[in-house]
Design a protein around this ligand. Structure first.
Ligand SMILES: Nc1ncnc2c1ncn2[C@@H]1O[C@H](COP(=O)(O)OP(=O)(O)OP(=O)(O)O)[C@@H](O)[C@H]1O
Ligand SMILES: [Mg+2]
Length: 359
């Protein structure tokens, strides 16, 4: 199959105000009127303020934030279940906001698929018929639809359950059906609003693994909403943190753990298992080009936890950090790795040092 790069999303200067006359207040909000002021003085609710997010095709964008921070409002703009008060939502360069009814219907059907927290399965259809539902709506021939559905059901671990009904399945299995149904549509953009929030912790972790495994093959553009930091850090290639309708930090897991933008985020990341998030480059001592290539090699991008595991299986106390082409970037010791797992500030400081040394 030809490789495609569809599904990149750009959100630009997106504002959403809820109330009887949103347009009348957008300028004041742009000039800095707060959510509380807008509510108290004018009886309108600020949903989103000046959201700017660029999601490359094939990337998992996590949007995180507390209840009421605007996560659902944001994701619902991407397939225009909500019209913005102002701003642009470009998917593959086309502004969803400007589409007419017909264009919008085609766009929703062909470009986007959604996975819901409540699974949204049809109770009187079995697993297979739930999975082919979207394909049926598209008018696909039944035999072909079944073929595609069976493939995705197998991929999410539901082979043998095709004839079961939703009420005969656990929550985790129902969510697998929801995922298979979304994937069967083969839309380049996958929208997941708290898709895993109703699942038990172990099942939730399983489902994260399923998604990450599948994403390696399908490389969809996934917008994944969660209020769970561990889930965000595990899934997100990029993470945006919302508060009161504003993005207060955007970056990779590592950016957010190592350099939280403020006290609020610092509090969130305090309890995080850093070993799973921080990469070896952030803690190593850089070496000058041409340094002798000896000892165990660990690829740049390896997590601290994984590096500890690798080092522990050898007699060595340190290892080289290398690029994919085998060039040595630096040396990392057990002590540095252990330090990274327990102390955020030390890592951050060390990173600043290594940066200044590298420069
Ligand atoms: N239709 C609406 N009318 C008025 N206010 C709304 C509407 N929809 C959302 N809001 C408000 O917009 C803000 C953002 O809500 P939203 O549902 O996007 O938050 P959320 O981050 O998804 O929260 P949760 O984690 O509870 O799902 C809240 O203040 C909410 O009360
Ligand atoms: Mg929500």
């Amino acid at each position: 199959m030809a490789e495609h790069h569809f599904g990149g999303i750009k959100i630009r200067h997106l504002y959403k105000i809820f109330g009887p006359n949103p347009a009348a207040h957008v300028e004041a909000v742009q000039k800095g009127l707060t959510k509380t002021e807008l509510n108290q003085k004018y009886g309108h609710v600020l949903g989103l303020r000046d959201i700017n997010i660029e999601i490359p095709s094939g990337c998992i964008q996590v949007v995180m934030g507390l209840s009421g921070s605007g996560k659902s409002t944001l994701i619902r703009h991407i397939n225009r279940l909500i019209d913005p008060t102002s701003g642009e939502v470009l998917v593959d360069g086309v502004d969803v906001v400007k589409m007419n009814e017909t264009e919008l219907r085609t766009f929703r059907r062909q470009q986007t698929a959604m996975v819901f927290q409540k699974f949204a399965l049809l109770p009187h259809r079995n697993v297979l018929d739930n999975t082919i539902f979207g394909l049926e709506v598209q008018g696909m021939e039944r035999a072909k639809a079944i073929d595609i559905a069976m493939r995705w059901l197998e991929r999410v671990g539901l082979k043998g359950f095709e004839q079961r009904y939703p009420n005969q399945l656990s929550g985790g299995m129902q969510q697998r059906v929801g995922l298979a149904r979304a994937l069967a549509n083969d839309a380049p953009v996958l929208l997941m609003d708290e898709a895993y929030s109703a699942l038990d912790p172990l099942i939730r972790t399983d489902m994260q693994t399923v998604l990450l495994d599948i994403q390696k093959e399908i490389k969809k553009t996934i917008v994944f909403i969660t209020h769970d930091l561990d889930e965000a850090l595990r899934l997100g290639d990029q993470i945006a943190i919302l508060r009161d309708g504003e993005v207060i930090q955007q970056g990779t897991s590592q950016d957010i753990v190592l350099r939280p933008a403020d006290e609020y985020i610092a509090n969130f990341v305090k309890e995080v298992n850093r070993g799973r998030v921080v990469h070896v480059e952030a803690v190593m001592t850089p070496l000058h080009a041409g340094a002798a290539p000896v000892g165990l090699a660990i690829a740049a991008g390896t997590t601290v936890e994984e590096a500890v595991r690798m080092l522990a299986s050898t007699p060595a106390d340190d290892a080289r950090v290398v690029t994919p082409s085998g060039e040595t970037l630096g040396l990392v010791t057990f002590r540095q790795l252990a330090g990274a797992m327990v102390n955020s500030h030390e890592v951050a400081d060390r990173r600043d040092n290594t940066l200044s040394v590298a420069l």
